[in-house]
Design a protein around this ligand. Structure first.
Ligand SMILES: [Zn+2]
Length: 267
């Protein structure tokens, strides 16, 4: 559904649609999952308008951005273990003034006591107070893994992304990303967060919740289902690329269901 919506939105505005593999969390990547995703996109008629980049091949780029942030004293080393932090998700800034050496420590970015707001094209105004709601957040883990928040902000900038269309599960990450972009002097982006497809238990459809993989043999029928779930006018069953072309021509974001979740899209 995210692929359909982002593709139609980009193409309806004569933009480019770009595939990026966000795989910095290397130990958690399922073997072959990337190839499976790319095969799926292909079977459903999607083609990236730029070379597909893999974030795990770009770690030196993210590291150089961390060096920039270090020079400006926007980041610091944090020695807190997960055990110390416990389940409290808002970091209290314990290591902020310790001046720890960066070697082998997590790296956190400082946030300030201010509201960050943005106008989501679908969800309306969304705000967070960085200090109160989020706290200083990790850009690089102690084990060297680059955090998604940093990688995505850097690549959106380097790939000259203007519009982000993604699932509403990422809504609460957006203020952090806007903050990082501001610290780095990057231009602001437009956001649209789509309602998430839920199962009958009210859980997001995902591998963790044992959602079934897409059956590529039924790509046209499934594509039609996704288009309809997004509130769009139906398209004629055909080859997926032709169905997408029709969906682009009919694309109307005012028809996308309101809210952050979609129930019972499987009738
Ligand atoms: Zn700490």
């Amino acid at each position: 559904m995210t692929a359909v919506a982002s593709y139609c939105d980009a193409k309806a505005h004569h933009g480019q649609w770009i595939v990026r593999i966000e795989d910095t969390d290397i130990p958690r990547i399922y073997p072959d999952s990337e190839q499976h995703i790319l095969k799926c996109l292909d079977a459903f008629g999607f083609q990236s308008d730029a070379e597909i980049i893999y974030q795990r091949h770009r770690l030196d780029i993210y590291q150089s951005v961390i060096e920039q942030l270090k020079q400006k004293h926007f980041v610091y080393a944090c020695e807190c273990t997960r055990k110390i932090l416990g389940s409290n998700h808002i970091y209290a800034g314990t290591c902020r003034d310790k001046q720890l050496d960066f070697q082998d420590q997590a790296i956190r970015v400082k946030v300030s006591d201010q509201n960050i707001c943005f106008n989501d094209r679908l969800q309306g105004q969304h705000c967070a107070n960085l200090q109160r709601d989020l706290g200083d957040f990790v850009l690089k883990r102690r084990d060297g893994i680059i955090n998604y928040q940093l990688a995505v902000v850097v690549d959106d900038y380097l790939q000259e992304i203007s519009h982000v269309v993604r699932g509403a599960d990422l809504l609460d990450n957006t203020e952090r990303q806007i903050w990082l972009g501001q610290l780095l002097g990057y231009p602001a982006l437009e956001y649209m967060h789509l309602p998430l497809a839920m199962n009958h238990l009210g859980q997001k459809l995902s591998k963790q919740n044992l959602a079934q993989a897409l059956d590529l043999k039924h790509a046209p029928e499934l594509l039609l289902q996704a288009i309809i779930a997004l509130g769009q006018a139906p398209v004629d069953l055909d080859q997926p690329d032709l169905m997408l072309a029709q969906a682009v021509a009919q694309w109307d974001i005012s028809r996308i269901p309101q809210g952050t979740t979609l129930q019972s899209i499987y009738q």
